[in-house]
Design a protein around this ligand. Sequence first.
Ligand code: HEC
Length: 202
Amino acid sequence: MLKRFSSDKVYQQLFQTAFTKDENPVTVKNVQYSIASFIKTIVSFQSAYDKKMLNETEQKGLQLFQSKELKCSQCHSGVNFNQPQFQTSPYFNTGFFTDTFVNKGLFAFTKNKNDWGKYKVPTLRNLVFTAPYLHDGSAETLEQVIQLYEQGGKPSAVNKHLFITGFKLNSQQRSELMAFLLSLSDSTVITNNVFTNPWTIK
Ligand code: HEC
């Protein structure tokens, strides 16, 4: 990586401009620092939800999302909808995968049987742009994810969290829930020129 950066004239220049005090600025540390600094500039809080501009359908979807029956907001909470409301780690087994799956989730790191199939709660922001879904991309559409929640995960799933019990929605309610989820998307972040790759502009 360092070789590639050092042999690229544009990057050499950029590193020198950004890290004026370093004699040789192309270091692993500076690369990490640069990427982290860039990521921190990606701020996405311009969705309809953030602007408090939810229409009636989206409002109803929000109510379903927070309802006792669906319990979505129990796990998907906080400003990015990726934190549980109750005091616990942010890793859960949603029961969408059976024991034949390749990625064993948190278990792969802890080797604790209780962590089998637990994945970190992902943000629900900008779902319009981030298909396919789930850790392995196995759900092509949001409808498929909602269907998995509706049926309460796979019948043969092991170690499933007790909040994944399944529930019934009529087609109108399903559209309302979908509408709410989509209202968390912010198109300004993907059309912002600041994030255009300068190398693609000639
Ligand atoms: C027990 C905690 C829990 C509850 C309750 C819960 N989720 Fe999740 N959710 C998760 C976890 C963990 C994942 C990640 C699963 C994976 O990657 O395999 C996830 C993934 C998702 C995803 C996929 C996001 C992506 O980018 O891949 C969506 C959409 C979603 N949940 C919506 C909902 C909705 C809607 C509800 C309510 C019906 C809900 N969740 C209830 C924990 C929960």
